[in-house]
Design a protein around this ligand. Structure first.
Ligand SMILES: [Zn+2]
Length: 163
């Protein structure tokens, strides 16, 4: 079904409708073929929508989800939709706007993708894993920098409180 949707845009919404989104707070995955944001970096996006049930979100799926060379297998696709965007839907559901830092949210979502792969839940292609590890490392480094900064801030505060 995924391969047919890759080849023919008309099958993309029915492909999305066939995917079980259990364990996520994605109300619906919606294909948006007209989106100008069809660059490879952002294949999908999860957002709130006032017409959805409270605590549920909409995942927009852009053409690059079906057309990028690094997204080859159905499990590559499910890794992004169910694991990554599913993680974002849980972040939105449970945290709302408490944490809005992109690095922290992406680090969590990419980490969850790797967790599912390492635990045999997803069997992704080598190309996909390579791209995923690159992205995870980027956010891991950024995340360390943030923690480093907060440690500095804490050290500063401790020093200040002595006076
Ligand atoms: Zn993300």
């Amino acid at each position: 079904m995924f391969q047919r949707a890759r080849e023919d845009e008309r099958f993309r919404q029915s492909h999305l409708d066939s995917i079980k989104l259990d364990g996520t707070y994605i109300h619906k995955a919606l294909y948006d073929g007209r989106s100008p944001r069809s660059e490879e970096r952002i294949p999908m996006e999860t957002k709130s929508n006032k017409f959805l049930p409270h605590g549920y979100f909409l995942t927009m799926v852009y053409p690059s989800s079906y057309e990028s060379s690094w997204i080859q297998r159905e499990d590559d696709f499910l890794s992004i939709l169910v694991d990554h965007e599913g993680a974002h839907s849980r972040q939105l559901h449970f945290l709302g706007n408490i944490i809005s830092n992109e690095t922290i949210l992406e680090y969590g979502a990419y980490g969850y993708q790797l967790y599912a792969i390492r635990n045999g839940i997803r069997e992704v292609s080598a190309e996909f894993l390579e791209e995923l590890e690159k992205r995870f490392e980027y956010y891991q480094t950024m995340h360390r920098n943030i923690c480093g900064l907060s440690n500095l801030a804490r050290a500063g505060l401790t020093k200040f409180s002595k006076y």
